[in-house]
Design a binder for this molecule. Structure first.
Ligand SMILES: Nc1ncnc2c1ncn2[C@@H]1O[C@H](COP(=O)(O)OP(=O)(O)O[C@H]2O[C@H](CO)[C@@H](O)[C@H](O)[C@H]2O)[C@@H](O)[C@H]1O
Length: 394
């Protein structure tokens, strides 16, 4: 919050031109899985619009990416959880009859070749395979935590969703093995598991909380270590990069990584392209070359349709359609689409959501009390967040 006040998390803009869902979908498509459904629910309008505008496959070849809201085919309720979302769409799986289903979360920043995970799944003979990555033990309560079998580290011995009493790994006590929320399942086993789960009144109908533990109890769950994944064009530096941007601070950090001189996550790997919507906007333009009125940006990402007119930008991610006027200063910030920053205004260490108007001489991120009084959010690490559409009236 407040970035998800008006949109589903996968629709949150990221890195100037992307939405979070673009990373999961780019990975799926680059892995050459071309029959894709996106299960949508919470405040899904901007997600639906983005998926339908951007993710158009060739109907000639029968490929598709389709947003599917709860259809209430099995009862008068919305998706009760991620497992129920799959259960409610079993008719689509039954129509398609795939032998394997790949289920991925839609709110992480990473590159991954799912076809390698599918190969590992087939070789293991497991019914369900869970992708995993090492994470700090302090963050165990945000993840499904995997314990592997001592005799066979590819098998899952125990899976606990968001434990508060985690045990560190034998070879690294300050780390745990976290589920990435990505699964590969044999279709028949998945159908059986979500159907049984739907009939269980005590279940929370959650993939991590209920379905994975059920496969572990049957002894048929395997783990796929993300470190094994070889993404074409990746470097030792960005191998194994995966960010759950579930908090504002994590979201801010992942954005600012992109503008460092050598980012860990490389947007420019064209062997594994990251796709997003084509905006049709004109190129970014920088004007006024005067000594005291130099329109420029450094250590920044500047998207199409941006006008930097006599303003100074540094350490920032500037999204499409932003307008920055003379003598304005934007430092260490993330500006989402169509934000206007007027003359002499200053924005520092802030995330400004779409369509915000920052008036002449306004200051954001420089006076904590003033920011709080205007209803802005300030995170633990001091990032100020201005909600979508705010017209600041100082
Ligand atoms: N009702 C619903 N309808 C449609 N889609 C829904 C949904 N509820 C959730 N989702 C989607 O399912 C994915 C998982 O989200 P959840 O909120 O269920 O789990 P969380 O992210 O907390 O943990 C999960 O992801 C972390 C990794 O981040 C794992 O460690 C953990 O085990 C796993 O449960 C997200 O992409 C979300 O948007």
């Amino acid at each position: 919050m407040p970035l998800t006040a008006h949109r589903a998390k996968p629709a949150v803009p990221f890195g100037g031109i992307y939405r979070l869902v673009d990373f999961a979908l780019s990975n799926v498509i680059n892995s050459r899985y071309l029959h894709v459904i996106v299960l949508t629910q919470y405040k899904s309008h901007s997600l639906d619009r983005h998926v339908s505008k951007t993710w158009r496959m060739s109907p000639l070849l029968g490929n598709y990416v389709a947003a599917v809201p709860a259809q209430q085919r099995v009862g008068k309720h919305w998706y009760l959880g991620s497992a129920d979302a799959i259960y409610q769409c079993l008719n689509i799986i039954e129509d398609e009859r795939p032998d394997i289903v790949v289920v991925v979360g839609a709110d992480h920043v990473y590159r991954m070749d799912f076809s390698q995970m599918v190969d590992a799944h087939r070789e293991s003979g497991a019914e369900l395979t869970v992708a995993a990555i090492r994470q700090p033990i302090a963050e165990a309560d945000q993840f499904g935590v995997i314990e592997t079998h001592p005799s066979d580290p590819t098998k899952i011995a125990a899976f606990r969703e968001k434990p508060t009493d985690p045990v560190g790994l034998p070879d690294s006590p300050l780390e745990i093995l976290a589920s990435m929320g990505n699964y590969v399942a044999n279709t028949d086993a998945l159908v059986r598991a979500v159907t049984e789960d739907a009939e269980n009144p005590t279940s929370r109908h959650d993939m991590g909380g209920d379905i994975v533990p059920a496969f572990v109890a049957r002894g048929t769950a395997a783990v796929y270590d993300f470190i094994r994944n070889d993404v074409p064009g990746s470097t030792p530096r960005d191998r194994d990069y995966w960010r759950d941007v579930g908090t504002i601070d994590a979201f801010y950090e992942a954005n600012t990584d992109l503008i460092s001189i050598e980012p860990v996550f490389n947007l420019y790997n064209d062997e594994w392209p990251l796709y997003t919507g084509y905006t049709g906007l004109p190129p970014a333009k920088f004007v006024h070359a005067g000594a005291g009125r130099l329109g420029h940006a450094a250590d920044s990402i500047v998207s199409p349709g941006v006008l930097v007119s006599g303003a100074t930008v540094s350490g920032s991610v500037i999204s499409p359609g932003v307008r920055l006027h003379s003598w304005a200063q934007v430092t260490d910030s993330v500006l989402m689409d169509d934000v206007h920053v007027h003359r002499y205004a200053q924005v520092h260490r802030a995330i400004i959501d779409k369509n915000v108007i920052v008036p002449e001489r306004a200051r954001i991120g420089l006076d904590r009390e003033h920011d709080l009084a205007r209803g802005f959010t300030i995170t633990e690490s001091g990032i100020t967040v201005v909600p979508k559409g705010t017209v600041i009236n100082d």
